[in-house]
Design a protein around this ligand. Sequence first.
Ligand SMILES: Cc1ncc(COP(=O)(O)O)c(C=O)c1O
Length: 401
Amino acid sequence: MVAAGTGRGPRLERPDERGRFGEYGGMFAPETLMPALEQLAAGFAEAWVDPGFTSEFHHLLATYTGRPTPLQSADHLSREIGVRVLLKREDLAHTGAHKINNALGQALLTTRMGKSRLIAETGAGQHGVATATAAAYAGLECLVYMGEKDIERQALNVQRMRMLGTDVVPVTSGAGTLKDAVNEAMRDWVRTVETTHYIIGSVVGPHPFPWIVREFQKVIGEESIAQLEGETPDVVVACVGGGSNAIGMFYPFAGREGVELVGVEAAGHGIETGRHGASIGAGSPGILHGARTYMLQDDEGQVLEAHSISAGLDYPGVGPEHAYYADTGLARYVSITDEEALGGVDLLSRAEGIIPALESAHAIAWVAREADALRDRTVLINLSGRGDKDVEMIASKIGMR
Ligand SMILES: Cc1ncc(COP(=O)(O)O)c(C=O)c1O
């Protein structure tokens, strides 16, 4: 089960029988969900070795979502910052972000398990749009929970989901962001588990979700390796909310000699202000949404609100596999403020003619900030999504209205 490491801790092909990556992960779920989680783990394990299932998944990735997404040498940006930058263009996948890989995979799994209804939670809306799209394609009923604050800042994606025939339900509890939407989706699932599959949008939640989502997303790193044609990047960078685009990119590279993996979390207003989303950088281990992982919590173990300008990074936890990567040194985790991320949007838009999602802009901004240290190295950045959804927000923040 364990692939060869490089002295930095082994990469785990599968979580152990308790659903753990080292001491992280697990199945901390209500009694009523345990049979469904066990059925899902068994159903996925069986599907993932069934050539009929995997070939349907890969056929759809090629004919429906437009994979492989390009690997672009960002020559203008490279010249401007003095670092050789390659971009994996997940923004060019159908619906505009990496989220579609997972949503399609889990929708196929839902049909295979004989269920007829999908639910999902969404922050930036990209996972909601991806799930609504997959539901329309697969002919499944669909409902998406979204925090009211996120409904406001991601209006374009709310409209897209509704056009695709999905019910978008505002969540008013807590801060009205992603954490609260996850809670609401879990509550729905407990009531409806006989007919409904819950498509979690990131590598978070109880086992087997972190494993399933990583398996559907690892195509990002696998394609990158094929497209690099034998070249090895020095550094691979991705933004980290729950961590699905990052683990999809990192996992195939993990443990390779000479490759450093860097996950970029949201520093929000600044780590020192307490208003951020840096679960690894400034959090501690605890249990959130069914898994043991790094999370933001107070001394009593109460979950703290996260903050980020980007709805997709505004989450007080991170996937358990990242917690494992952080502890074993397979990857390192850094953070970028809201202000710096806006600079990242501006830089990529002007240099390359690509408006990135605010989430992905965190990865761009980190490379630009660290350019001196990265000189003469090749950096592969996962551009997780496009910025159309953020145009209003960015314009209001930088006074372009
Ligand atoms: C474009 C984009 N990038 C990144 C993320 C963060 O999620 P994850 O860390 O699971 O990739 C989101 C989440 O909505 C997103 O829409």
